[in-house]
Design a protein around this ligand. Structure first.
Ligand SMILES: *Cc1c(COP(=O)(O)O)cnc(C)c1O
Length: 371
């Protein structure tokens, strides 16, 4: 991507990822296991750099989505269990055989394809039956209907004990929703055990992500699949810290008189004489065009308001009265700065979305520097 002269960049704090991982694993109740979710290139942090950190702590299971991610995880030396976190096409399944990806099965067609690959000696891992019980209605099998149960019978007959896991995914971790989804998943899992030769003791039953792990609701699961928590998105009070900074530079400082408009569509007008800084980041780098009017960036010990519409390659901040600044100075868009921080809660309000969305976007759109 961009080289050392990058105009905006993400600094990735590997030490904090390790610390967050350690803290998260400490929250896992005895007898249950932890799966590190590294989809979306480890939430924008870079799989190749994150895998060594999870290997150091002996994490045995990793979750991914695409074949490229599976390959990157293997390439980085991980030889534990690799599970795919959504349904896959036959083409994808075939493309991931060498990387020993444990697939989800949610239809009779996929069950037959997986069976054929097993019979041909090409697929040598178990698979996971994905149930919709928790209510995502995305790709998993709904077995509350007779049709769904019929499909499930066929899948079970086709794959038998090659089914090593039964899983689901919660759409909401709000306590009442979580209890309801968890009960439904337990009922549906029980139905599968009653209607198959699968043994509970030999089957990994897994549901629950970062929010489930920090919830007060105790959900029955053999394994937590966690992504967000590794990157300091949640619970700073428990010691979790954000793992990415997004920064850019001041490229111009100019004085403009009261009454002048700023940016496209003349959407902003100066109500006094101002000193404005042009900063080397725009929506091409993930400083989103939907940014709230009250957005600000960190310059020295000040939060400088961002004025006018966001350009593709630049933003403008009001730096009137901020002393000792110069072209070339670093500007904080997100992260724990040396003096001024912009933390997840603020960023989520400012960019009107969740941190996972921002991290994955920023990590792809900016040069990454590792610390
Ligand atoms: C992304 C994902 C997770 C991890 O979710 P976080 O909230 O980031 O911990 C777990 N399970 C599935 C199926 C997912 O897609």
């Amino acid at each position: 991507m961009r080289n050392g002269s990058a105009t905006s960049w993400c600094t990735i704090h590997r030490d904090r990822i390790s610390r967050n991982l350690d803290l998260a694993r400490g929250l896992v109740p005895d007898g249950r296991t932890f799966c590190a979710v590294l989809k979306a290139d480890a939430y924008g942090h870079g799989i190749a750099q994150v895998v060594p950190l999870i290997r150091e702590q002996g994490v045995e299971t990793v979750g991914i989505t695409s074949n490229a991610e599976a390959h990157a995880v293997r390439d980085a030396g991980f030889d534990g269990t690799l599970i795919r976190l959504r349904a896959a096409t036959l083409q994808e399944i075939e493309g991931a055989l060498d990387d020993r990806v444990e697939e989800q099965v949610t239809s009779v067609t996929t069950a037959r394809q997986l069976r054929a690959l097993m019979d041909a000696g090409k697929l040598r891992t178990g698979v996971h039956l994905a149930l919709n019980a928790a209510g995502m209605s995305r790709d998993a099998l709904e077995i509350s209907s007779a049709d769904g149960q019929n499909t499930c019978h066929k899948i079970l007959a086709t794959l038998g004990t090659e089914i090593h896991g039964i899983c689901s995914h919660f759409p909401s971790n709000e306590p009442a929703h979580l209890r309801q989804s968890a009960d439904q998943f337990q009922r549906h899992t029980a139905w599968v055990f009653e209607n198959s030769d699968l043994k509970r003791s030999e089957t990994l039953v897994h549901v629950g992500s970062s929010l489930t792990l920090i919830s007060d609701v105790d959900v029955a699961t053999d394994m937590y699949r966690c992504g967000a928590i590794l990157y300091g998105i949640l619970r700073p009070d428990l010691g979790f810290r954000p793992t990415m900074d997004l920064e850019a530079r001041i490229v111009s400082l100019q004085d403009y008189p009261q009454g002048m408009t700023v940016g496209y569509d003349r959407a902003c007008r100066l109500d006094r004489n101002c000193r404005l800084a042009c900063i080397s980041i725009g929506y091409e780098n993930g400083f989103r065009r939907v940014a709230h009017e009250s957005s600000a960036v960190a310059i020295r010990d000040t939060l400088a308001p961002v004025l006018g519409k966001i350009s593709m390659n630049a933003i403008v901040a009001d730096v009137t009265g901020i002393k000792d600044i110069a072209v070339g100075d670093t500007v904080g868009v997100f992260g724990e700065g040396d003096v001024t921080s912009i933390l997840p809660e603020t960023a989520e309000t400012q960019f009107r979305t969740i941190m996972a969305d921002l991290y994955t976007d920023w990590g792809q759109r900016n040069h990454r520097v590792y610390r």
